[in-house]
Write a protein that binds this ligand. Structure first.
Ligand code: FUB
Ligand code: ZN
Length: 632
């Protein structure tokens, strides 16, 4: 029946097992189904053509004698490999002879130019050959190798075709000859090969790949002088690099049970949640070095929050979930997914953001060190095009994140319209979810075992779902604790069902007081979805001047959630009362207390899901809104 996104079949420390990708079918009318379809039908094909147009494929053919110059940054090979990985996931769900044939052709071009000793990279050839492994702090040689391995594994699982897998193994064997104790004792500046080697080990059973991953994990990252991840005290430096090495660390623990590594990953996780993640689930505050800031350094307009960083942290969270079985990791997966990661791709599934800021006031901006902050517009291609294929591989594999199992039953981690065939205790169980989540608060789950059997169904109850409850077969209400799995242990029979109620209040979130930009401001959230205000929906005032009315410390007035099928592909809109400054143009920059009354007029504020912003052209936007205490 196939394998999961990561193959936990023989993973000793996995508390939860992944579900084979092909076992879950997302419905076309759910939340993620249409985006997945857009990814398959438009995104992947378009990116294939763009990789061709921009010379990424010719970079390989050039090695086979095609007379063209090399194009793109030195790590372009990785973009193509990530695209292959995405195709590999798609083909685990559905047959697509045309897509497979195109991919086979790409793979043939790659395989044709692998060197005799296994080395493969389109940048370090000819006059740069002598530089191989000489500049690992920036060369991305093993980063590219890692993406090759992941692409090869996914494609092999989908098609049984092992051409690329053999290329990947040959390269991995080359790395094992070159690196290790007593050889080159150094690793790449951009982690990636580590988690790829663990998956290559899972696919081939070759322990030397796991050992090599362990060796690289034990070395300081050869950029920014960062210690090995097991010894790092805080999350620092480049956010994507950090996420990949943390994910690799979790993979390592899954295979080896390394307690010290696990303890440190848990510390770093606390560091992330304690002060380094945006309310949108975005990660990486600084343009400079695409890096984490200090704790609570979370600027809004100049947030970097690279789409790849959200992707990487989602991958890390998933591995921590498999390792610990703890609900909090699935909660963070959902948070990132519906917000800072979903915002990285357009509604149609074929245009991408690189940065995901939390406010935009119009015009051009510059970061503290003079980097130009472009006006927000998603595009199909970027000069550094790491994000598009990263989103594509995530969307293509999304069904594999919905559910998990253990020897006692089934875990439901994400909710959406879908159907799955899951193995429990040697038998098969059909799980069907019917829901308009995240817009509606009810999820009906039909649980149909092949034959009557006893097992536990564990439903993740999000922290925001205060008052959650479940009904079994329309009766027997069971209260549920937010932030935990609700465990329903019983003998299940064909036709059984659970209706889960996850109340979705409109929450006004406040920041830790040390996030200085957000003092006195709130962000709106309903269910897992974080909201923003966009100029296009709020013509009465500049969104920068909008303030939410607060009464008795909570959202004032009657805020309403209203589903609008015709807006942004169908979204729930939030509307409620607020104020806009009236005489702000005439208000002095500084005044002594008592404050000058700038004058306020009442306005209705309309908020839309953050992920959907900038899909109607560039428009001013804010996630964090000032507040005004309304007279009671
Ligand atoms: O360095 C390769 C990729 O480009 C990284 O993963 C992204 O953050 C971008 O820097
Ligand atoms: Zn990226």
């Amino acid at each position: 029946m196939g394998k999961g996104i990561i193959d936990t079949n023989s993973t000793p420390q996995a508390r939860l097992q992944t579900v084979p990708l092909g076992a879950v079918r997302m419905a076309e009318n759910g939340f993620w189904g249409p985006l997945r379809r857009g990814n398959v039908e438009r995104g992947l094909n378009k990116l294939h053509d763009l990789l061709e147009e921009n010379g990424h494929m010719d970079n390989f053919r050039r090695l086979a004698g095609k007379k063209v110059g090399r194009r793109g940054p030195l790590f372009t090979d990785s973009d193509l490999y990530k695209w292959i990985e995405a195709v590999g996931y798609v083909l685990q769900f559905e047959k697509d002879a045309e897509l497979q044939a195109r991919t086979d052709a790409v793979i043939a071009d790659i395989a044709a130019v692998q060197e005799e000793d296994g080395y493969l990279n389109t940048y370090f050839i000819e006059e740069r050959k002598a530089e191989r492994y000489q500049h690992l702090e920036y060369s991305h040689e093993m980063y590219c190798a890692g993406h090759l391995m992941q692409g090869a594994v996914a494609y092999h699982r989908a098609t049984g075709n092992d051409t690329l897998l053999q290329v990947a193994c040959k390269f991995a064997d080359h790395l094992a000859r070159e690196f290790g104790p007593g050889k080159r004792e150094i690793t790449d500046g951009h982690p990636e090969v580590e988690l790829a080697l663990v998956e290559l080990y899972r696919e081939t059973g070759e322990k030397r790949y796991l050992d090599l991953a362990g060796f690289f994990l034990s070395k300081p990252q050869s950029s920014m002088n960062l210690p090995p991840i097991a010894q790092r005290e805080t999350l620092v430096g480049h956010a994507v690099r950090s996420a990949y090495i943390c994910a690799a660390g979790a993979d390592w623990v899954l295979e080896t049970g390394d307690q010290a590594m696990q303890a440190n990953l848990e510390n770093l996780w606390r560091d992330l949640l304690g002060g380094k993640i945006y309310v949108t689930g975005g990660v990486g505050a600084r343009y400079e070095g695409e890096a984490f800031g200090e704790p609570y350094e979370l600027p809004n307009a100049r947030a970097y929050a690279e789409t790849c960083a959200q992707n990487g942290h989602f991958m890390w969270a998933f591995r921590m979930l498999l390792l610990t079985g703890k609900c909090e990791f699935a909660e963070v997966m959902e948070w990132i997914l519906y917000n800072g990661l979903r915002s990285g791709v357009s509604l149609g599934g074929d245009e991408y953001f690189y940065m995901n800021p939390l406010s935009y006031d119009g015009g051009e901006k510059f970061s503290a060190t003079g980097h130009r902050v472009p006006p927000p517009q998603r595009s199909t291609w970027h000069g550094c095009t790491c994000c598009p294929p990263n989103v594509q591989r995530l969307l293509a594999s999304l069904p594999g994140y919905m559910l998990a199992t253990d020897d006692k039953g089934i875990y439901v981690n994400l909710y959406d319209e879908c159907e799955a065939e899951v193995k429990v205790g040697g038998g098969s169980v059909r799980v069907t979810m019917r829901t308009q989540y995240p817009w509606q608060d009810t999820v009906r789950i039909d649980v149909d075992p092949e034959t009557e059997r006893s097992f536990a169904l564990r439903l993740r109850i999000p922290q925001w779902a205060r008052g959650a409850a479940a009904m079994i077969n329309g009766r027997d209400a069971v209260p549920a604790q937010p932030g935990e799995y609700l465990t329903i242990e019983r003998t299940w029979r064909l036709g059984d069902n659970v209706t889960l109620h996850l109340p979705m209040a409109i929450d006004a979130l406040v920041s830790h007081p040390r996030v200085s930009e957000n003092r006195g401001a709130v962000a709106l959230r309903r269910g897992p979805v974080v909201y923003c205000v966009e100029g296009v929906d709020n013509p009465e005032a500049d969104v920068a001047d909008l303030q939410v009315a607060i009464e008795d410390g909570d959202l004032g007035g009657e805020w309403e959630a209203r589903y609008d099928a015709s807006l942004l592909g169908g979204v729930t809109v939030l509307q409620g009362p607020g104020f806009a400054g009236d005489a702000l143009e005439d208000t002095p920059l500084y005044t002594a207390l008592p404050e000058v009354d700038a004058g306020c007029r009442t306005v209705m504020i309309t908020a839309v899901p953050y992920y959907a912003w900038a899909n109607r052209g560039a428009s001013k936007m804010r996630v964090w809104l000032g507040t005004v205490e309304a007279a009671g």
